[in-house]
Design a binder for this molecule. Structure first.
Ligand SMILES: *[C@@H]1O[C@H](CO)[C@@H](O)[C@H](O)[C@H]1NC(C)=O
Ligand SMILES: *[C@@H]1O[C@H](CO)[C@@H](O)[C@H](O)[C@H]1NC(C)=O
Ligand SMILES: *[C@@H]1O[C@H](CO)[C@@H](O)[C@H](O)[C@H]1NC(C)=O
Ligand SMILES: *[C@@H]1O[C@H](CO)[C@@H](O)[C@H](O)[C@H]1NC(C)=O
Ligand SMILES: *[C@@H]1O[C@H](CO)[C@@H](O)[C@H](O)[C@H]1NC(C)=O
Ligand SMILES: *[C@@H]1O[C@H](CO)[C@@H](O)[C@H](O)[C@H]1NC(C)=O
Length: 373
């Protein structure tokens, strides 16, 4: 065992000689490390083998940009892909698919589709285990990062200067905690999950700062009341429950409440960690623009999902995108919603632009040298 570890260390230092030494390129970030769920998973769930043949491993997933399924829960690129592109970095390789000789110095992705902020035991104990896609919650993803760290940098000085030039994305995470709690069917009970979720995210941020992270981007939740999935699940006969766009008011109100609690926790973290930059990414505000005036942003199809099995929002729980009975629209670029739950590449690009070029990141990200394609 000892010999093996020694070999690995020798191998790693040999293969990445001096890569950690500070490189005074003009690039604002040398690496990105991402933690999260299906909004940013670039292949971990698929590689985890949690489900034998998940639909995200087949077309039409991936059809738009990659032309094959990559394990991303979309037709194409995700917000994290556009951020990597904008900063001149490679698409983040999923941790679970890393090969021994892979160059990982541009960063690694630890996000897993279905992941929760809270540990999965909490959901299993609450009788919600049957909804869980994965047990690879935020704390598991942090453990993976700590395990990988010796192959990223060796001495404290190396790590400090490398992570000083790295961007850490903590989230979006917590959306599934809300989903699983909402499946249980009691919206009034949803608020109870907010404090522990926010606390868990704050704890993860503290741990990453202790590991050397100096710039952390923390996304909030999307306007879930506009999601085809939630609109179907909580369909109401009462007109009063909907806003002028047809979104569910109570769920959007809940997402806004959650985001406010998260932002407040970040403010506390900033005061305790003046040497770190903790940025809030307003996914809600960035996405709200195309829900508010979809036509102005090239989305002509409103709240319906591109890929699904029918119903008023083209989301059918028994014929979800990729399953028998579902069909994908011919051109996903006019849709913001991809499969009912996740968004299209077009929508993610739009959100990413709002984060990178402003004004939906506070304080703002470092200036990007590239315009995203
Ligand atoms: C910094 O990194 C860039 C891109 O990897 C490389 O082209 C450049 O030569 C490096 N500069 C130094 C001073 O090492
Ligand atoms: C999660 O963990 C529980 C308890 O250890 C196990 O029964 C379950 O199969 C796991 N679920 C997944 C998706 O791995
Ligand atoms: C981190 O970067 C800041 C400026 O961006 C610099 O002042 C500081 O010395 C750097 N710290 C390390 C450990 O490289
Ligand atoms: C929902 O949760 C609240 C608070 O825990 C409880 O008072 C109420 O009875 C629950 N309603 C249903 C339908 O379970
Ligand atoms: C949902 O899918 C099932 C299974 O394919 C189908 O029987 C049902 O008609 C669909 N519902 C709607 C509203 O299209
Ligand atoms: C899809 O729609 C967009 C926007 O209307 C258009 O620019 C693009 O050419 C279309 N793509 C295909 C393959 O039809």
């Amino acid at each position: 065992m000892k010999i093996y570890i020694l070999l690995v260390i020798t191998f790693l230092t040999f293969c990445f000689p001096g890569k950690v030494a500070s490189n005074s390129s003009s690039r604002p970030y040398d690496a990105i490390f991402n933690f999260g769920d299906s909004l940013s998973d670039t292949g971990n769930f698929l590689h985890s083998g949690a489900i034998k043949f998940p639909v995200i491993g087949q077309l039409p997933y991936g059809r738009t940009y990659f032309k094959h399924a990559t394990g991303r829960c979309s037709d194409g690129r995700l917000v994290i892909d556009f951020i990597a592109e904008a900063y001149g970095l490679p698409f983040l390789p999923p941790y679970l698919a890393l090969t021994k000789d892979q160059n990982i110095h541009g960063g690694v992705n630890f996000a897993v589709a279905g992941a929760t902020a809270l540990d999965s035991e909490i959901f299993i104990e609450a009788g919600l285990g049957k909804f869980l896609w994965t047990n690879d919650s935020l704390s598991t993803q942090l453990d993976w990062f700590k395990k990988l760290k010796p192959s990223l940098c060796t001495t404290k000085q190396d790590c400090d200067s490398y992570f000083n030039r790295s961007l850490f994305l903590v989230g979006e995470i917590g959306g599934n905690d809300i989903n699983y709690a909402a499946f249980a069917g009691n919206l009034t009970r949803l608020q109870a999950i907010v404090p522990p979720v926010v606390e868990t995210i704050a704890k993860a941020i503290n741990e990453l700062i202790a590991e050397g992270a100096r710039e952390l981007l923390v996304p909030g939740n999307l306007p879930i009341g506009c999601s085809a999935f939630y609109l179907t699940l909580f369909r109401s006969g009462n007109k009063e429950d909907y806003d002028e766009r047809g979104c569910l008011k109570a769920l959007n109100g809940f997402a806004a409440y959650y985001n406010k609690q998260l932002s407040q926790a970040l403010e506390t973290l900033r005061q305790k960690n003046p040497h770190a930059r903790i940025l809030y990414a307003d996914y809600y505000g960035a996405a709200n623009r195309f829900y508010h005036a979809p036509g102005h942003h090239g989305f002509t199809t409103g709240l319906r999902a591109c890929c699904g099995g029918g119903g008023p929002y083209n989301f059918n729980i028994s014929a979800r995108c990729g399953h028998t009975g579902s069909k994908a629209c011919p051109n996903s670029s006019t849709y913001s919603n991809w499969d009912g739950i996740h968004l299209t590449e077009a929508a993610y690009r739009y959100i990413a632009e709002g984060l990178i070029y402003g004004p939906f990141t506070y304080p703002p990200l470092k200036t990007s040298p590239n315009k995203i394609a």
